[in-house]
Design a protein around this ligand. Structure first.
Ligand code: 2NE
Length: 272
């Protein structure tokens, strides 16, 4: 594909897109295995927001620069007492906001993982709808080893994805798993040679771009609703409302209000 760099003055990430509707968001801190700081997360939130609102974009690739890491989690050098310190000294855990954004963004997000997906970086790939791993990928959590944990999606969604026993093993033992092990436990969708990582990921994107965007959107919300309680149902329900607004029945209610008359819903048949 021809990637066009969207110049948004980012320092920690890159935002590319293609004319065919693929966005690629890359954490660009390879010197620290793409560990994130608050600035990185702020820029990621901005880029995902951009991809969300851009009607030309149908699917989003999330990746890390270089071949050594997708993301190594929070930047431990600036970890303070209540989160990760920004340039003005305020401590954040804004990656949690990014997690919710990826999850609720109504377009498929594919993690493209070469090298390490570790700690908070591992949770980010887990949050993505699909994960394509290179054969050099390595996965794991380190929280209990470095004095941290993710008891939200990091624990719950992992258990939903690969089962409780394996999720507890990953968190309690803090071991690393290679790409083949990750595939076997359902943590990734496929494993490809490193040299084919991007081309195969783009193939998967093109495949989805051929499909109904509304169907993909509602399915994503449906998979979330299963685990996200009322917030998940709200997402799914929002799609129902938006689709309902396109119907003559819904428009009759609006029109009647604007025309100051009693709505006539009798002409709309009750379906079985
Ligand atoms: C990722 C891993 C396994 C890579 O190992 P290796 O041997 O390939 O590389 P190395 O030498 O460890 O790392 C290369 C450079 O990257 C820095 C290292 O310090 C090193 O820097 P220099 O010595 O060259 O100056 N680097 C790597 N990860 C970093 C990080 N997270 N923060 C700052 N610098 C980092 C290995 O590097 C590793 O295990 N990294 C740490 C993984 C980790 O524990 N992450 C934090 C988990 S907690 C978290 O992410 C979190 C959370 O639990 C809850 C909320 C928010 C965040």
């Amino acid at each position: 594909p021809v990637w066009q760099l969207v110049n948004k003055d980012y320092t920690d990430i890159l935002y590319h897109h293609t004319a065919e509707g693929i966005a690629k968001i890359t954490i660009n801190r390879p010197e620290v295995r793409n560990a994130f700081r608050p600035q990185t997360v702020r820029e990621l939130i901005d880029a995902f927001h951009h991809a969300h609102l851009d009607p030309e974009i149908g699917v989003i690739i999330f990746t890390g620069a270089g071949e050594l890491a997708f993301c190594a989690g929070g930047d431990q050098r600036i970890r303070g007492e209540a989160g990760y310190r920004d340039e003005s000294g305020i401590e954040h855990l804004n990656v949690l906001e990014l997690q919710r954004q990826i999850r609720t963004l109504p377009k498929p997000v594919i993690a493209m993982v070469a090298g390490y997906a570790i700690g908070g970086g591992h949770v980010l790939h887990l949050l993505c709808d699909l994960t394509i791993a290179a054969d050099n990928a390595r996965f794991g959590q380190t929280g209990p080893k470095v004095g941290s944990f993710d008891a939200g999606f990091g624990a719950g969604l992992m258990a939903r994805t690969i089962g409780l026993k394996k999720a507890k093993e990953i968190w309690f033992l803090c071991r690393q798993y290679d790409a083949a092990e990750a595939l076997a436990m359902g943590l990734v969708n496929t494993v490809v040679p490193l040299t084919e990582l991007e081309s195969e990921t783009v193939n998967w994107c093109r495949h989805m771009l051929r499909h109904s965007p509304t169907a993909l959107r509602v399915l994503k919300a449906a998979f979330n609703a299963d685990t996200d309680g009322l917030a998940g149902i709200q997402e799914l329900a929002g799609n129902a409302t938006a689709l309902f607004y396109t119907t003559a029945e819904a428009q009759e209610g609006r029109n009647a209000f604007l025309e100051r008359r009693t709505p006539d819903f009798n002409r709309f048949k009750r379906r079985p």
